[in-house]
Design a protein around this ligand. Structure first.
Ligand SMILES: Nc1ncnc2c1ncn2[C@@H]1O[C@H](COP(=O)(O)OP(=O)(O)OP(=O)(O)O)[C@@H](O)[C@H]1O
Length: 640
């Protein structure tokens, strides 16, 4: 199945609101929501992790100063962001969308779902859980108007829906990106052709920025990690400003740390009222995921699909997964799903108390046991220097690793026991031929996920071994992520224990811009980030602020690493440099380049940003004069 967000009309109410003060009902409502922040909402500047970049968006669009723009969208300081948007009492009598006694049959006689009634209210996240084949995705498609009910009615905004829903968008599990289109072009597809091309590009670029992919606008999907691809999926859905966001297992294809990071960023956007969306319906197989995100969990039964229980989740955000209330709810949902004979009547649903008839503890097919990691104490196993060195050059096993795919994740898990039991037996890596510092080849999204996880722990110090167990990562998979965080000064590792530093706490609490600033500052001074520092200096020396990647490979990396390891080092440097917006990369020409200089001195160095005006060298290596190449090549000796 492949579909794009629906609707072609430009829907610009949020931007209108931000620029003009907002006159629309929706804009007003959302503004009120933000203002009520004094009573319930978070202070983005203090507590907002992740993806939120509204202040930057406002700056770009309205010309406000950055500080003023931040004030325009940041609610007043408040103790905590703890109340669900569904709890603000703004849900109106008319649901955002509703299935009223809907049945859906295929081939005229095969019932997929039967007599399902389900209302989605304003500012509510509803999670659909249930065994494989119980009709979860079908319900999503009904709300999207992609399929029509055989009986019953689908309502949207109180009106019967008879066509594809233009105010809904879907985020898919498998990202569904066009590989031949860049990030911005993929997002533009969500907008439809009735909007002028330049406007589509502008809106898409803004959304890419908001979703935390600034610096990747012109990257192709193959250059992105799974988490980044799913960010594009979110951007493509959100760029249409959908009233209803439908999520079909959006985190299930991601490794656990990336999923953790993205999930918390999404929740943060939602909680801050930064999304144009009024209601979210998410299909998930993860019970803990449902309990951590949902305002209401709907459990479906199968044969044919029907609603077995609706369980309101009244826990406050951020939800403590170790709390008794959280775990009780997980157990309750688990019991309802796993025991077909637990019969739940509708009046009982609101209390969330099922009536067990007889025991059945088997995990149904397609249902994952509670999967979000929690960490317990354990005996200590230090990580050997050999493992550290080996992992720096070779990377770990998870999707976190930039050079391994899903298959290697599974392999890594299988290998985990041996590796954890005998880390000191791992063979030293022989690729490196000198003491040039190697970057651990991991994605920074995984680092963010790890930090997020550590911050949610009650203990300030967490045991690395237990952490690996909880994440189902062996030492090869986990250590490079920890090491990357260590290089960036975000955590400390001592005798097998990891602890967040002040910078690590600031990173977790910070916005996307804050996070990038922290990483940028660290990369410019960290001794182990010498490769990135050399690239930055070469770029500043280059005539057009562009260098071919071959220069870095030939003149720097190949002196110190075997060719395959050189490539991995360069890919890592590109990923980190892009994230920090230190430089950009053109994968077609294989060139690194500086973006427009915004003149902001940082750590004694000048930060540079994108510019269409930077002259672009020809994609062939020859466009760099041999004299310049020689000069730059000579310069590397000095830089090293
Ligand atoms: N167009 C169709 N033709 C034939 N069978 C269909 C069609 N649509 C849905 N089904 C069947 O209906 C059942 C429910 O499908 P659906 O994808 O909605 O379930 P699901 O709960 O989302 O499953 P999963 O959790 O495995 O993704 C499945 O058995 C599916 O094969």
């Amino acid at each position: 199945m492949f579909a794009l967000p629906f609707g072609c009309e430009p829907r610009t109410r949020v931007h209108t609101r931000l620029e003009s003060g907002g006159a629309s009902e929706n804009g007003c409502r959302r503004r009120c929501l933000v203002r009520r922040g004094a009573a319930y909402a978070p202070n983005a500047a203090q507590t907002s992790p992740g993806l939120l970049r509204c202040h930057k968006r406002v700056t770009k669009r309205s010309g406000l100063s950055r500080t003023r723009a931040r004030e325009a969208v940041t609610p007043p300081a408040t103790p905590t962001w703890s109340v669900s948007r569904a709890d603000v009492g703004e849900s109106s009598a008319t649901p955002v969308a509703e299935l009223a006694q809907v049945s859906y049959y295929v081939r005229e006689h095969l019932a997929v779902i039967e007599d399902v009634s389900l209302a989605l209210h304003r500012y509510e996240i509803v999670c659909l859980v249930g065994q494989s084949g119980c009709g979860k995705s079908t319900i999503l498609r009904l709300f999207a108007g992609l399929v029509r009910p055989t009986r019953g009615t689908v309502y949207f905004g109180g009106k019967a829906l008879h066509r594809v829903n233009p105010d809904a968008a879907i985020v898919f599990q498998n990202f569904a990106l066009f590989p031949w289109l860049t990030v911005v072009e993929n997002v533009m597809l969500g907008l439809g052709s009735s909007i002028p091309l330049a406007e589509r590009r502008r809106l898409a670029t803004e959304m890419v920025d908001m979703i935390g992919l600034d610096g990747y606008e012109n990257a192709y999907p193959r250059e992105l990690s799974g988490g980044q691809r799913q960010r594009v999926g979110f951007a493509r859905a959100l760029v249409t400003h959908p009233t209803l966001l439908l999520l079909d297992e959006p985190f299930s294809a991601l490794d656990v740390l990336t999923a953790e990071n993205l999930r918390s960023e999404l929740l943060n956007l939602w909680t801050h009222g930064s999304m144009p969306t009024q209601s979210m319906l998410m299909v998930t197989h993860g019970i803990e995921e449902a309990v951590s995100l949902a305002d209401r969990i709907v459990v479906l039964g199968k044969g044919p699909g029907h609603v077995r229980a609706e369980i309101p989740v009244r826990l406050r955000h951020p939800r403590d997964r170790k709390s008794d209330a959280f775990q009780e709810l997980v157990d309750r949902v688990y019991k309802i799903i796993s025991d077909e004979d637990v019969y739940v009547t509708r009046p009982m649903d609101t209390t969330g108390m099922p009536i067990p008839r007889k025991g059945n503890t088997m995990l149904p097919s397609g249902l994952r046991a509670p999967s979000m990691p929690s960490i317990a104490p354990r005996p200590r196993v230090p990580v050997s220097d050999t493992v550290k060195r080996s992992n720096r050059v070779n990377g770990g096993d998870d999707d976190a690793n930039m050079h391994s795919g899903r298959a290697s994740e599974a392999t890594g898990r299988l290998a985990s026991n041996q590796a954890n039991a005998h880390p000191q037996r791992l063979e030293p890596n022989n690729e490196r031929t000198s003491e040039f510092p190697a970057l651990p080849p991991v994605r920074l999204g995984s680092v963010a996920g790890l930090l997020q996880l550590l911050a949610s722990e009650s203990s300030p110090v967490v045991d690395l071994y237990r952490l690996g167990q909880a994440l189902q990562l062996d030492v090869h998979g986990l250590y490079p992520i920890v090491e990357a965080a260590e290089i960036l000064g975000l955590l400390t590792l001592s005798e097998g224990d990891v602890a967040l530093t002040d910078a690590g706490h600031a990173f977790v609490a910070g916005s996307v811009d804050d996070r990038k600033r922290i990483v940028r500052g660290a990369l410019l001074v960290a001794p182990d980030a010498r490769l990135i520092q050399i690239i930055c200096r070469l770029l500043r020396q280059a005539k057009h602020r562009r260098i071919p990647e071959s220069l870095v490979l030939d003149s720097v990396l190949d002196r110190h690493f075997e060719p395959a390891a050189s490539r991995r080092q360069l890919d890592t440097a590109i990923e980190w440099g892009r994230y920090a917006e230190l430089f950009a990369y053109d994968s077609v020409s294989g060139e690194l380049f500086l973006e427009e200089d915004n003149g902001t001195p940082e750590n004694g160095q000048e930060r540079v940003r994108r510019s269409e005006t930077v002259p672009r060298a020809d994609s062939s290596k020859n466009s760099f004069g041999s004299r310049e190449m020689n000069q730059l090549s000579d310069a590397t000796d000095e830089l090293e």
